[in-house]
Design a binder for this molecule. Structure first.
Ligand SMILES: [Zn+2]
Length: 231
């Protein structure tokens, strides 16, 4: 027996035929457009489980087929409320697709559904293993800005080279973090398949949240250096 997931797929019945729609934009029984289900989430919109690995090709096919079915031309003779539903569902479709096709956005979304996405007060703190590099980076950035402000160009090539090296270093840290995120994502899917209990799932979500925070810290560093080098 699988433990019930904390994420509950909305139970919704069709306004036309009372069949269960599962949060889908069209009734599976009579095909009528549905209002946006209360508490509808992006996964159930596409009829997907709350898993983190998904087939991008399938997602894209569903996106195109739904875009086509939701096209305003198909609702030219529909009632006013059906037309409104189709507009609401179209905008949900675009948000859902944009979010789920991105592996990082997908994890963030899953956590936010559970109220588990916490940016944390420690957001501005460097991950311990990068403390030294971050310190050096900030020094180099200061030196570069000072050199720029005082019009001293002699030091510039050396400073730029140092910053470029730092940029590569942090880019490779970012790639490591992405691998870690992929690993914890597949652990999550395995836990769902195994019917893991809430405590185990919560632990995994805390891990994902921690990895996401580290990722956004490093990404900000990389972007900062990139901007400074382009200035
Ligand atoms: Zn129906």
């Amino acid at each position: 027996m699988n433990a019930p997931s904390t994420i509950v797929t909305p139970s919704t019945s069709c306004w036309n035929c009372s069949a269960e729609t599962g949060g889908a934009p069209f009734c599976p029984a009579c095909g009528k457009i549905q209002p946006l289900a209360q508490g509808a989430d992006f996964f159930s919109f596409f009829g997907l489980p709350h898993k983190l690995s998904l087939n991008l090709e399938t997602l894209e096919q569903r996106f195109h087929s739904l875009s086509w079915k939701l096209h305003p031309d198909h609702f030219a003779r529909a009632t006013e409320s059906e037309r409104q539903h189709s507009l609401d569902q179209s905008s949900q479709l675009n948000d859902a697709y944009r979010t789920l096709r991105d592996p990082v956005g997908r994890v963030e979304y899953l956590l936010s559904l559970q109220g588990m996405r916490k940016e944390g007060q420690k957001k501005q703190q460097a991950p311990p293993e990068l403390l030294e590099e971050v310190f050096e980076l900030n020094e180099s950035l200061d030196e570069l800005r000072e050199a720029r402000a005082s019009g001293e160009s002699a030091q510039m090539p050396q400073l730029r080279a140092k910053l470029e090296a730092a940029q590569h270093k942090f880019e490779s840290s970012l790639a490591d973090v992405d691998l870690e995120l992929a690993k914890v994502s597949s652990d999550w899917d395995a836990a769902l398949d195994a019917g893991a209990d809430e405590a185990a799932k919560k632990k995994l979500m805390e891990r994902m949240n921690e990895v996401l925070n580290r990722r956004s810290y490093i990404r900000n560093l990389v972007n900062g250096v990139r901007q400074e080098l382009a200035a």
